[in-house]
Design a protein around this ligand. Structure first.
Ligand code: SF4
Length: 372
C-alpha cells in the first residue's frame, strides 16, 4: 500500500524485526543541559541530584532570563509576566529537568513551555473562561467526607494528602487547592494539620468497607517526606477492603531524580513488597503531556518501580490545544511512553473547566478525532 512501510512476513514472523516500526521525531536521549547558558557549569552529579533540582526550581521570569539568556525574547518574558499578574491560576514553578526538555530554539512554540509557562497573549481574549468554569470544577471539596478525602463513587476515593507539587501546571484541575496563591486566585487552605487529616482519612476508610480503590494524591506525593508517604500507604495496605492503590505523581516526570534517591527507593520497595504479599495492586500514575518530557532519567525511575513489584506505572495526560492536539503529537507521546519510558499510556482526559483555560480546551469532537 502506498505510503506504508514495507516488510517481509517471513522476517516479521521470526521476531527479529519489528514489522511496524514507529518513526520518532527525536532521539531518546537526556538533552544536554549545558547547552543552556544558565546550566553550562552544572555537573552530571548536580543534575542527577534531587536536592539540586529542588533547590533550583524556577519560580520567576528573572530566573528564566538567567537560564535561557538571549534564547528567550524579552517579549515572551513580558508576556509570561503579564499572564502571572492577570490570568494565571497557578504560580510559576518548573524544575530544571522540565526546563531542559523545552526547545530553546523556539520557546514560543514549545509544547511544554505553552502549558508550564503560559503567556498572556495565548489566552482567549474574548472568552478566557467558559461560562460554567469554576475553581473546583470537579466539585471534589464538596464531596469531602473528611478534609481532603473525596468519596464520589461507591468503591473509589481520592485522598489529597498535601497541596503542593514540585511543578505547577498552568491547567491544573485542582487550582483551587494546589499551589501558592497568585493575584487571580487566593488558594483554599486545609483547616487541619496534615497528621490529623491523614488519621481522619485512615479512620474513615477503616470504617467504610465498600471502598476498595484509593488514589493517593495531592498535590504530588513527590513533595511528601518518604516516611510520611510510606506510613500512610502501609496503613492503607493493612485495611482488608483496600485492593487497589494508585500513587499520583507528575514528579516522576518533572523530577525523576526524586524517585532515584536511596531513601525514596527503599520506602517504595517496602511498600511494593507489602502490596505484593497482600495481593494488592499498587501502581504509580504520572502525568505527561508531551513526548519530549519522557527522558532516560524518567524511564530509569519508572523501571525501578516496576522491578520492585509495582503493578504498573501509568500515564494520564491532558488533551491541550497547542500542546498535544494532533495525532502525531499523541502517537509520539504514547509510543515514547510505551517503548522507552516503561510507562503505560493509560488515558487522556479533556482539560477541565477551570477559569482562563478556554485557549487550551478542545472540542470533545476534536478530542475523539485525534484519539481514534
Ligand atoms: S502536578 Fe498535578 S496537581 Fe500538581 S499542578 Fe500539575 S496538574 Fe496540578
Amino acid at each position: 500500500m502506498a505510503g506504508k512501510p514495507e516488510f517481509k512476513k517471513e522476517t516479521a514472523k521470526s521476531g527479529k524485526v519489528q514489522p511496524y516500526p514507529y518513526h520518532y521525531s527525536s532521539d531518546f536521549v537526556e538533552p544536554d543541559w549545558r547547552r543552556l547558558p544558565g546550566y553550562k557549569n552544572v555537573t552530571k552529579e548536580e543534575w542527577e541530584s534531587a536536592l539540586w533540582q529542588k533547590r533550583n526550581l524556577v519560580k520567576s521570569t528573572k530566573q528564566l532570563k538567567e537560564i535561557f539568556g538571549d534564547l528567550i525574547s524579552d517579549s515572551l518574558l513580558l508576556d509570561i509576566q503579564q499572564d502571572q499578574q492577570e490570568r494565571a491560576t497557578m504560580a510559576l514553578l518548573v524544575p530544571p529537568q522540565m526546563i531542559n526538555t523545552m526547545n530553546e530554539k523556539d520557546l514560543k512554540a514549545d509544547p511544554v513551555r505553552r502549558y508550564m509557562l503560559p503567556a498572556f497573549s495565548e489566552r482567549d481574549r474574548k472568552w478566557p473562561s467558559h461560562p460554567k468554569a469554576g475553581r473546583d470544577s470537579l466539585h471534589e471539596a464538596e464531596m469531602w467526607v473528611v478534609e481532603g478525602l473525596t468519596h464520589r463513587y461507591p468503591t473509589k476515593v481520592l485522598a489529597e494528602l498535601l497541596s503542593t507539587c514540585p511543578q505547577y501546571c498552568g491547567h491544573c484541575t485542582r487550582m483551587d487547592l494546589v499551589g501558592t496563591s497568585v493575584p487571580q486566585v487566593p488558594k483554599r487552605k486545609f483547616e487541619h494539620g496534615q497528621k490529623d487529616r491523614l488519621e481522619a482519612i485512615l479512620d474513615y476508610l477503616s470504617k467504610t468497607p465498600s471502598v476498595r480503590d484509593v488514589v493517593v494524591s495531592g498535590g504530588d506525593i513527590a513533595n511528601l517526606p518518604p516516611e510520611t508517604l510510606e506510613g500512610f500507604v502501609s496503613r492503607l495496605l493493612d485495611l482488608e477492603n483496600i485492593r487497589d492503590i494508585r500513587l499520583a505523581s507528575k514528579g516522576l516526570m518533572g523530577v525523576p531524580q526524586h524517585f532515584l534517591q536511596d531513601e525514596v527507593l527503599q520506602a517504595m520497595d517496602r511498600l511494593a513488597k507489602k502490596a505484593v504479599s497482600r495481593g494488592v495492586n499498587l501502581a504509580l500514575h504520572t502525568h505527561v503531556n508531551s513526548a519530549q518530557s519522557v527522558t532516560p532519567l524518567v524511564a530509569k525511575a519508572a523501571r525501578k518501580l516496576l522491578d520492585m513489584g509495582f503493578r504498573d506505572v501509568r500515564n494520564q495526560g491532558v488533551l491541550l490545544r497547542g500542546v498535544n492536539d494532533s495525532q502525531k503529537a499523541l502517537l509520539d507521546l504514547c509510543f515514547r511512553l510505551q517503548d522507552h519510558g516503561n510507562i503505560l499510556p493509560y488515558y487522556f482526559y479533556m482539560c477541565d473547566m477551570i477559569p482562563n483555560s478556554e485557549h487550551w480546551r478542545i472540542l470533545s469532537s476534536a478530542g475523539s478525532e485525534i484519539t481514534t
